[in-house]
Design a protein around this ligand. Structure first.
Ligand SMILES: [Zn+2]
Length: 328
């Protein structure tokens, strides 16, 4: 199978071809390296490029890549990704930051690493918080409790399909982040999923989001780049697999929660310590806002909890399907 044909496997198991190897064209602006959008078009073999208002769309067959000019948002097949720099226009060219192309766009559009990625037989499920750390709390319950409910449902589903499942906790007990990492790193052929629900002081905040570890040189969530962001973490050895795993699972979650009108906040990057320390492909999921009255009720509902668990389960199969397709 063509390396480039894997893109859509991550989304839908449909195959598409993005196949040209024209070089990417680099431009430097105040010491930062950018890639021109027209070279992204030819490099990935997109056929059409269209501009409407503030949005640029590249298309080929079933693959669609959209950039919102002046914002740090990019959509790949409708799935939202937060870039580290806004897409800008300069000297008649549209420019995307080099690091976003290499660490976010390329692993999704051209998941070549998948053909060499190790297959996995173990899923490590990390129910966030627990014990003295309840996580977010509202009138209806605690985040630690909800995380565990989703984790248990996912555990049962995966076990019934023959996966080996490791739970970082199965009861309401406290674990440090370091202990979670230590458990995860005992299993070499594994993926790691940390389950959480969000809270914010703004009760209007809503939606699902998924985090992967920030690659080297990309800022942590919600701040500028610091010198420590140039240090390689254990999790950075899985940068490409992390983003592919997030694409497969978050994409499925977005499809599944759509009927509840829970919006998609996208795939984001952060330097959370649990993601930093893990040697296996790892993601952290936030399944909605406990601080939002509407979502609080959903999160307390068994059906919604199992919807999230099912979406993660199906996303795991999607990711595994991409690995298997590459090895055919
Ligand atoms: Zn949490």
């Amino acid at each position: 199978m063509s390396k480039l044909a894997l893109t859509l496997v991550l989304f839908t198991f449909l195959f598409s071809m993005l196949a040209s190897q024209a070089a990417l064209e680099t431009k430097s602006i105040s010491g930062k390296s950018f890639i021109t959008l027209r070279s992204i078009k030819s490099h990935y073999g997109f056929l059409k490029m269209s501009l409407s208002e503030n949005k640029i769309t590249l298309r080929k067959d079933k693959v669609k890549l959209e950039f919102i000019i002046g914002s740090g948002l990019c959509y790949m097949n409708g799935l939202k990704f937060s870039l580290s720099s806004a897409v800008k226009s300069s000297g008649g060219r549209y420019l995307v930051s080099d690091i976003d192309v290499s660490t976010m766009i390329d692993p999704v559009l051209k998941p070549t690493f998948i053909s060499t990625a190790k297959s996995f037989n173990t899923v490590i499920i990390d129910a966030g918080h627990g014990g003295k750390d309840a996580g977010a709390v509202n009138r209806l319950g605690t985040e630690a409790g909800y995380n565990l409910k989703v984790a248990r449902t996912l555990q049962a589903g995966l076990k019934s399909k023959g996966f080996k499942v490791v739970m970082t906790r199965e009861t309401d007990k406290y674990l440090t982040l370091g202990q979670r990492v230590a458990i995860a790193n005992r299993y070499p052929n594994a993926i790691f999923i940390s389950i959480h629900f969000n809270a914010a002081s703004n009760t209007l905040a809503k939606g699902i989001e998924t985090f992967v570890l920030s690659p080297v040189g990309v800022a942590g969530y919600g701040r500028g780049v610091k010198s420590s962001d140039y240090k390689t973490r254990s999790g950075n050895h899985q940068d490409s697999a992390n983003i592919a795993l997030a694409t497969a699972i978050h994409g499925r979650m977005k499809e599944r929660v759509d009927k509840y009108k829970v919006p998609d906040r996208g795939i984001k990057r952060a330097r959370f310590s649990v993601l930093s320390g893990i040697k296996n492909p790892a993601i952290l999921i936030e399944g909605g806002f406990m601080s939002n009255p509407t979502e609080a009720k959903l999160i307390d509902d068994k059906i919604y909890q199992s919807t999230i668990a099912t979406a993660i389960y199906e996303g795991i199969f999607r990711y595994r399907g991409a690995l298997n397709a590459a090895k055919r």
